[in-house]
Design a protein. Structure first.
Length: 437
């Protein structure tokens, strides 16, 4: 991991420079994603099947996962795995129901002849992207589908890349979809899968919104699709920033960095601290542990290419660094000052406080959602939630007296904006109302 000595410059500036050097979506990648999407728009299923053969190494006869495949998936998973999925579902469900409950339904606002009735409505349909490739992610299916179900979305679709071996989707992901009440499951990944959800094909009907994380290619496709369909966020390769002080166990910091680095070589993992001693100890632990573990090649590549250690002059500078970097996950490991440091944080997708809150646990069963903003978008939003699946619709009624009350204000603003016919629509009603008296 590279050392970033922040002492010599403002912490926020150092973080901004580092952020610019991390994963970026290139113009070439965007162009490739758009080409694929245009092809799917023009040709539908055949294009999805062709790109799946090209990128996933398997030519499919059918995109939809059949009822027989869903039933058969249960025979390929263990009871322990199903139990774990149900625990994950119930914990997340509890959290999302609590959030939705705080949104008061039918909020009525009355003001001098105007009634605004604000109603919470679910989006009509949602497409959940579940990554595949180097790992399987039934947990992501749960994170995307459960809030949708809680929100009341009527049509929930899941897509995931098929395996090269037999063209099937990971059975545990299929089981997760069944448990969570997903209506349709399709074998499609990458930009072609996103395009199918956005435009629709002969087999896959388009959705109102696309959610879920993916690699840089999927992220590029979601950005391209955002001009025609709503999307949740920029949720690219995993990011973890650990703030740790001298009280932290260097081994715990190291295993946490490794736990996220194993996602993919694109993962960005870093440590910010004031302690040079801790920084050196964490480096030693990372080197010692990463050599003899599963997925060692991915971990080493990720940490050597994207990993970093930022050494700041004081705790305030560490907080400034974290806020500017705006990581997907921020762990705060300190025996006495974790809560105080958390209060200084304004920009992070998820904040994990204390030595017993590893980011890997948040990926599964804490009850928080693991679909989080990356690439610095933690400055403007947080995790996927039930709020992403609902809309607050204003229903407005106006009485004759209410319209008369705003007549002058409408005329003044419409005239100032050079839109006289806006006022004429109000004026016509005022004339009619006077005649009806």
């Amino acid at each position: 991991m590279k050392i970033v000595n922040v002492v010599a410059e403002p912490a926020a500036e150092a973080a901004a420079k580092l952020r610019k050097s991390t994963n970026k979506i290139s113009d070439a990648l965007m162009a490739q994603a758009r080409t694929i999407m245009d092809d799917v728009l023009a040709h539908g299923d055949p294009a999805v099947i062709d790109y799946t053969a090209k990128f996933d190494g398997v030519r499919l006869d059918s995109l939809k996962v059949s009822e027989e495949e869903i039933k058969g998936a249960y025979d390929k998973v263990t009871k322990e795995q199903v139990k774990a999925l149900k625990l994950m579902k119930s914990r997340l469900e509890k959290s999302e129901i609590a959030v939705l409950g705080r949104l008061k339904k039918n909020i009525k606002v009355r003001s001098e002849g105007v009634l605004i009735d604000r109603v919470v409505q679910p989006v009509a349909s949602v497409g959940c992207y579940v990554p595949g490739g180097k790992a399987r992610y039934p947990s992501t299916l749960v994170m995307c589908a459960v809030p949708a179900k809680v929100a009341g979305v009527k049509r929930i679709v899941a897509i995931s890349p098929p395996t090269k071996d037999d063209g099937s989707i990971d059975p545990l992901t299929i089981v997760a979809a069944d448990i969570c009440g997903v209506n349709e499951i399709y074998k499609a990944g990458g930009a072609q899968g996103i395009a199918a959800l956005a435009y629709g094909t002969q087999t896959i009907k388009p959705v109102s919104k696309i959610v879920g994380p993916g690699g840089m290619f999927v992220t590029a496709a979601k950005i391209a699709a955002s001009s025609i369909v709503s999307t949740d966020m920029v949720a690219g390769p995993t990011e973890l920033l650990v703030y740790a002080d001298q009280s932290a166990d260097p081994r715990l910091v190291a295993v946490d960095l490794i736990s996220q680095a194993e996602h993919s070589p694109d993962t960005v993992c870093g440590l910010v601290t004031t302690s040079e001693k801790l920084a050196a100890q964490v480096q030693e632990q990372v080197d010692a542990i990463s050599s003899g573990i599963a997925r060692s090649d991915i971990v080493k590549k990720s940490l050597s290419e994207n990993g970093f250690v930022a050494i700041c002059k004081d705790e305030k500078a560490c907080a400034e660094f974290a806020n500017e970097f705006a990581p997907e996950h921020l762990e705060i490991i300190s025996k006495k000052k974790a809560d105080a440091f958390a209060d200084k944080i304004e920009s992070a997708g998820l904040i994990l406080i204390g030595p017993d809150a590893p980011s890997s646990a948040s990926d599964y069963c804490l009850g928080s959602n693991h679909v989080l903003p990356t690439l610095g978008f933690g400055k403007s939003r947080a995790s996927l939630s039930v709020l992403d699946y609902v809309k607050l619709v204003n229903r407005v009624k106006v009485t004759k007296a209410g319209l008369a009350k705003i007549d002058g204000a409408v005329r003044a603003i419409a005239t100032a904006e050079g839109l006289p016919n806006h006022y004429e629509a109000v004026k016509a009603r005022r004339k009619r109302n006077k005649k009806e008296k």
